[in-house]
Design a protein around this ligand. Structure first.
Ligand code: NAI
Length: 360
């Protein structure tokens, strides 16, 4: 069977090809039965225009900025695609209702090295708080002045964690190691956050008013979209730092620019951005970028922006690729999949156990 992989970078090819060989024995290295999975890599993203390139594939494999809205899913379904494999945890880009209606199987990789993302959020805090990004450039130019590089010691500071799922708790554990006081807001309370991390749950308004650093780790939903807006930014402690490694849509960019301009916000570290789909994961250095809000953000000395790379470790890439192949295996055999967002048709295998080879 053919799996069309969209937004495929060289590292995706390397890890997915290797995971396929291990899972389906495609290099025929042992006597384990082989399932022929043809991986067709596309560097371009999945959009309504590119969806027809999936013709002949039974499944597509996609990433965070691929378009999986209703019209794209309908187009994929019409070309014979029956499964959507997300190589990420977030699924805000998928119209699950349309997938259900079309009987598509949709699965994600819900957990891959949550520490990779948590550690990156801490790296962003440390960089921005101690100005190491500016120091790096200065020293290369022979400028050893410390003026403007003053930071704050983390020990004793209050850190607010919004969303204490896998990543939020991993982040809280690290910040506890720095000697920070931990507050959290979530719709579901985590026993680890209270027990292991010694944290306390409070309403969002109280968290924002008391925290020196606020880190966002909740998913993007209709309820959380623009949770950081004019009103909530005004509730933040003056001079506090906001960190977002979750999804860009959690922050109203226009409002955050205003909060930075009036010096209410002390710093902003972003790994994600609401308009990232048009830019991230590609080299635009030779082009005119027409996103004025993003460009304005890059002019603040107390703003640090990265291109959605918090997940990007060897361990996470391996786990994403292996998880994707596990999900594909469940789909092919019509098994209940623990990572399914939409199960599709259970008990209708597209292949027989141990069949050699299969074509769908
Ligand atoms: P998770 O599902 O384990 O945890 C999410 C938490 O957010 C849950 O505890 C949930 O109850 C909470 N939550 C839901 N609605 C909320 C609300 N209205 N207010 C406060 N909390 C709320 O997810 P995980 O694995 O911790 O990932 C968190 C997010 O990180 C993902 O949704 C994804 O968007 C993002 N992510 C970013 C990556 C990157 O490379 N920058 C990589 C992986 C995930």
């Amino acid at each position: 069977m053919k799996l069309a992989v969209f937004s495929a970078k060289p590292y995706d090819k390397q890890y997915l090809t290797s995971a396929r060989e291990t899972k389906f024995n495609n290099n025929k290295s042992s006597s384990t039965p082989t399932t022929d999975i043809e991986l067709v890599y596309h560097e371009f993203a999945l959009t309504l225009e590119t969806a027809p390139t999936a013709q002949g594939a039974s499944a597509v494999c996609v990433f965070v900025n691929d378009d999986l809205g209703g019209p794209v899913l309908e187009s994929l379904h019409a070309s014979g695609v029956r499964a959507v494999l997300l190589r990420c945890a977030g699924f805000n880009n998928v119209d699950l209702e349309a997938a259900r209606r079309l009987g598509l199987f949709v699965a994600r990789v819900p957990s891959y090295s949550p520490e990779a993302v948590a550690e990156f959020a801490v790296a962003q805090i440390q960089t921005l708080n101690r100005n190491t990004h500016r120091a790096y450039n200065r020293v290369r130019e022979g400028n050893f002045s410390l003026q403007g590089l003053l930071g704050r010691t983390l020990r004793g500071k209050t850190v607010g964690v919004v969303g204490t799922g896998k990543i939020g708790v991993a982040f809280a554990r690290i910040m506890r190691g720095f000697g920070c006081r931990l507050l959290a807001h979530d719709v579901i309370e985590s026993p680890e956050f209270v027990g292991e991390c010694g944290g306390k749950y409070v309403p969002l308004e109280e968290l924002l008013g008391a925290s020196d650093f606020v880190s966002l780790h909740c998913p993007l939903t209709e309820k959380t979209r623009y949770m950081m807006n004019d009103h909530t930014l005004e509730q933040m402690k003056p001079g506090a730092m906001l960190v977002n490694t979750s999804r860009g849509g959690l922050i109203d960019t226009r409002a955050v620019i205003a909060a930075l301009k009036r010096k209410r916000l002390g710093g902003l570290a972003l790994d994600v951005y609401e308009g990232e789909g048009a830019l991230f994961y590609n080299d635009h250095s030779g082009h005119i970028i027409d996103d004025d809000e993003l460009m304005r953000l890059t002019t603040f000395p107390n703003v640090l922006i990265c291109g959605h790379q918090a997940f990007f470790t060897e361990e996470a890439l391996r786990e994403i690729a292996e998880g994707t192949m596990e999900n594909l295996d469940d789909f092919l055999h019509g098994r209940q999949c623990k990572n399914a967002l939409v199960q599709g048709q259970v008990g209708k295998p597209l292949v027989q156990e141990g069949s050699v080879p299969i074509r769908i």
